[in-house]
Design a protein. Sequence first.
Length: 580
Amino acid sequence: MSTDDAEQTQTFADLGLRDELLSALTTLGYEEPTPIQSESIPHLIAGRDLLGQAATGTGKTAAFALPILDRLQPGKRGEEPSALILVPTRELAMQVSEAVHKYGKDLGARVVPIYGGQPISRQLQALRRGVDVVIATPGRAVDHIKRGTLPLDFIEIVVLDEADEMLDMGFAEDLDAILEATPESRQTVLFSATMPSKIEKLARRHLTDPINIRIAREIAEPGSAPKVRQSAYVVPRSHKPAALGRILDVESPAAAIVFCRTRHEVDQLSETLNGRGYRAEALHGGMSQEARDRVMGRVRAGTAELLIATDVAARGLDIDQLTHVVNYDVPSAPEAYVHRIGRVGRAGREGVAITLAEPREHRLVENIQRVTGQKIAFEKVPTIADLRNRRMELTLATLRESLIDDDLDRYRTIVETLTDEFDLVEIALAAVKLAHEAVGGDEDETEIPEIAPRKQSGNYEDRGKPGKSFKDGKPSKDGKGGKFGKEGKGPKGDKGERLSKGDAVRLYFPIGRSAHVRPGDLVGAIAGETSLSGKDIGAIEITENFSLVEVPGKSVEEVIGAMKRTTIKGLKITPRRERF
Ligand code: AMP
């Protein structure tokens, strides 16, 4: 083992956060701040406005949530909110509100999400009971402001999260109106995955002398990462343990390290993988030095094949026989990725780096590719058929080995006795079946939904340029055509007219004006649950009782599958292809 003392780590305590927040972070198993957190939190605590470029998965939610909570007065607080967080979709509103609630538990933080699709009365009650932090989608925030039910006089900080998505969804005017309604003295924070000029303009209108933070730009020299086969799999969160199990079954690593974000994830995943028949060992900062040494001993002796670890615990570990590095989550910054995968492929040996990305995290993978200048191939999670083939191959190899190496003569009488009754091939088949079952057989597996990675733009910044790929209708770089969509109104009747590339499919949603559905509800539900962003969604037509939404042909199954997991306006809606 060698130690990397050169790495200087900052702790959450170094960032100046209150004890109640530090204890919440320890309980959650966060071991150290991510780069966006280290860079933003001290400025935000100091009250500065901030313009940050960061995508989902970088830890940006905690980067703004912790400073918001840090300023909450101890003891009894007023009824009106002091912080407003604006997010593009209902799903994100729920996610952010859960995160703020978790971090602010020991402070008694009162958090209310408000979004379209939930009865307004429930939100009114929650607002009336007193609230510290409101997380809202812009449309619903405007509704409440108009009704006079979202008091903004005491707002000290406003956060625009995923601002590019909000603009893409046509919320520009709503954002302006909401910000105008808050006190001028407020602190304003804007996070966006991309920085097109419309975001810069929005920032110029509403931010005062902001700190600019751009995470992970020029860190690694292109080509400086080791030569390693790198692949990524897009998998919904709930299927990640099963997907990883399958990928490992097919890859058969001699020794692998699997990186997780938190201690809890490390513990849970080691349990799952042990249940799957792997010898997996957990390693994290919550373990004593002795326990960690024991684990490392087992890994080095080859009695454990998988080491499941947090970055902090694995820092400085050098394991010679490592063949695979697995990122169970996309690392929060490209440096972390480069650092992790640098553990394999050393000294001319072959190495494999595998990354699991949730649908919303595909951008982080693209960003890593751009910064490192290395290709990460998006692969499909092995299907049940792939697994079966692989297991058959293993059985074949095991039998071949046995035929070459073993003394099989003592079984001859069994075969000879059976030949009186059965054909020789049938006897062999029965023996193969037993051998196959002995090495695992074909266990029951459920199919994991296939999620196509979003088109690799190769030009990360282009997404944000308004209407670019829609208006000119030029084919994308891969020659297969990029955006699509017939001429017509985009979400919220925005000005971006979209030209068809022929591969758009109209989905029929059995919900319409009679249920008060708006384009933003449909876009929000789709963008929130699938790998599509607002811009990938084409024309939307809403009639009294149903709506038609254009989505890319290749994403039809993904959208239909995703809608089964969510609701629109509180209703379970199953879309289908439009019938003519
Ligand atoms: P976000 O980019 O805010 O969507 O966060 C991505 C994920 O990282 C969430 O699941 C967070 O719970 C997790 N996370 C955020 N900060 C940290 C940290 N410092 N250590 C470990 N996990 C974190």
